[in-house]
Design a binder for this molecule. Structure first.
Ligand SMILES: [Zn+2]
Ligand SMILES: [Zn+2]
Length: 280
């Protein structure tokens, strides 16, 4: 396989499998580089982030596996770094002191003024209903605006090389149950956010995790957004967001076929410590 898979979650956050189990599977699948990117600890109680006290073991164990498998596969120690407005996540985990090889920037929370609390965009359908109805008085437009606003802030503050699941706010919107993704207001949020992505040189991730976990029948981002990336010459990479070793590189070849049909001629992969272009 000529692709890397740099977005994975195991035992240390909300996935299953120890780092060595991911490494074994990645070798078996002949992935060119494997990245561990468990969810960063955050100062908000939730079921999916790494616990702050687990951080030392995460660094130790992923570091050991990286060394142990170095002759078979290039492994990198990373993190999916959450951006939460007005919360200093980086300070919470002493981010700048961590010996990470890379990180992926992501937004999973938006703030509800009404409830005076941070709500998760990445939950199930019922959680999202609650978020829209209770958190935002039924105003789904305000929800996606808050989401994309956070994404723009995340990119300008973190300047991540890769941003995760660009349109996560569409996860529970299949069939347009909450908002119309072809609405002018929605499209202008997408457009403004892609402009920021372009400005900071961030790579957009094609993420097959919603499919392997059966939340979605298409990858993030949508075909429309990918077309806009192409038009703006924004580079894209592919990741599985695997939550177990069996989901590594999930549907990469089918997804790449679709990406080629859209018109992409190249993709970014992580190879030997660099984000490099590979021809499709
Ligand atoms: Zn995520
Ligand atoms: Zn993830």
């Amino acid at each position: 396989m000529k692709y890397s898979d740099m977005h994975t979650h195991g035992f240390y956050s909300d996935g299953n499998g120890r780092p060595f189990e991911f490494a074994e599977k990645a070798v078996e699948m002949d992935i060119i580089s494997l990245g561990f990117s468990d969810h960063s600890p955050v100062p908000i109680d939730n079921s999916w982030s790494m616990k702050k006290q687990a951080l030392t073991s995460y660094i130790k164990e992923t570091g050991e596996v990286k060394k142990e498998y170095s002759k078979k596969i290039d492994i990198y120690m990373g993190m999916e770094l959450d951006y939460i407005p007005d919360v200093d996540v980086k300070k919470h985990l002493n981010f700048n002191e961590l010996p990470l090889d890379y990180f992926i920037g992501s937004v999973h929370y938006i703030y509800s003024k009404k409830l005076n609390k941070y709500l998760e965009v990445d939950g199930g359908a019922e959680d999202f209903n609650y978020l829209v109805k209770e958190g935002f008085n039924g105003d789904a437009e305000a929800v996606y605006k808050a989401y994309y606003n956070n994404v723009r802030e995340m990119i300008s503050e973190y300047i991540p090389v890769v941003m995760a699941h660009f349109n996560l706010v569409e996860k529970n919107n299949s069939g347009g149950v909450h908002f119309d993704v072809s609405d002018e207001d929605y499209l202008s949020e997408v457009e403004n956010t892609l402009d920021i992505v372009k400005l900071y040189g961030t790579i957009v991730e094609i993420n097959t995790g919603g499919m392997s976990r059966k939340y979605m029948d298409k990858p993030y981002p949508s075909e429309y957004i990918l077309k806009r990336c192409l038009a703006k010459t924004i580079p894209v990479t592919i990741n599985s967001d695997a939550h177990n070793p069996g989901s590594l590189a999930y549907k990469f070849s089918d997804t790449i076929d679709d990406v080629k049909k859209i018109g992409f001629k190249e993709l970014i992969v992580y190879r030997k410590g660099n984000w490099t272009v590979v021809r499709l």
